[in-house]
Ligand binder design. Sequence first.
Ligand SMILES: [Zn+2]
Ligand SMILES: [Zn+2]
Length: 367
Amino acid sequence: MSSVNDLYVLLEVVRSATDDDIKKAFRKLARRYHPDINPGDTSAEERFKRISEAYEILSDPLKREFYDHNGFYTEGVLEQHTAQTTWGFSFKNFDFGTSVPKGEMFAQFFSKRPTRRDPERGNDVECQISIGFADSISGLKARISVQRRHSCTSCEGTGRAAAANSNPCESCAGTGNVTRARGRLRFVSPCPDCSGTGRTITDCFECGGESRIVRTDIMELDIPAGASTGSRIRFPNNGDAGKYGGPGGDLYVITNVAPHPFFKRAGDNLQCTVPVTFVEASLGAKVEVPAIDGRTLVRIPPGTQNGQVLRLRGKGAPSLLQPGLRGDQFVEIRVVVPRIADERSKEILKELAQLNSEDVRRDIWKA
Ligand SMILES: [Zn+2]
Ligand SMILES: [Zn+2]
């Protein structure tokens, strides 16, 4: 769930970004974090390294496909996995004896003519939940009903009725393979008309050939501490199942947090207003104020003015993006002026005014 290591987040692009979007985003970030522009700044250097690595993966269609499907990519992993890829091809159909350069071999994957049985990534699914303020601070297990597409069990996501119930394919005479020549090289690839099965394709009765079925699930999801209104929490591979065995989409839960009578959220920070008497503001005081984990003592410095804001470090909301960290609590001071009714108090205040004859309006004549 940690989105900090998500390559799309690193490059600040959406998952559906085009190659061009990715290139532009990378250039923009590279200009910002390049070590030449930030000499001696190790965090910029580290960031530059990570965005470069992210770009290297997302700009390569095969690596990106692998990353989208598996949520990670490491050098060399493609060579280990492509033999059992689920996107419809396998290396066993290629004649490795002819030593085709790797680039050309991959070009074969992408230049092949599309059939309507191509695997497709499932869509991302979004849903919203309303949660209480306290739950947003502590995190919670939420039960949520999600309508999404599941891989059809009766055809195992192929969209086809069982091969035993269909006739041999005419295009490949039932072999499942077609052979194409390119110069001296011969390529054997799966028959596009029957997707390599050797049988004519008959749609699955259950899903009508779509390979997926819509169902509503009650899910129990861990909403991490720190969600605020509008947070998008990602649950990878919990969206729509892929079409024809493609990778699944992600589920995004968008939170709507009930307001709190005392605290206001501003990012990971909390804001609140605390009334103090004019004597407390003038002489200084220690006052107890609510905090999200109980009460806390705030020192009001002598001479505090109305509207002044005090900061309580680390007393804010937990950070959703950086688990373990917390924002700050900001306390705005509201000085309450006493309504004096008795003569003795009036005398004291008049005496106070004589002793402290500061002209509080001198600045308004300066303009
Ligand atoms: Zn089916
Ligand atoms: Zn065929």
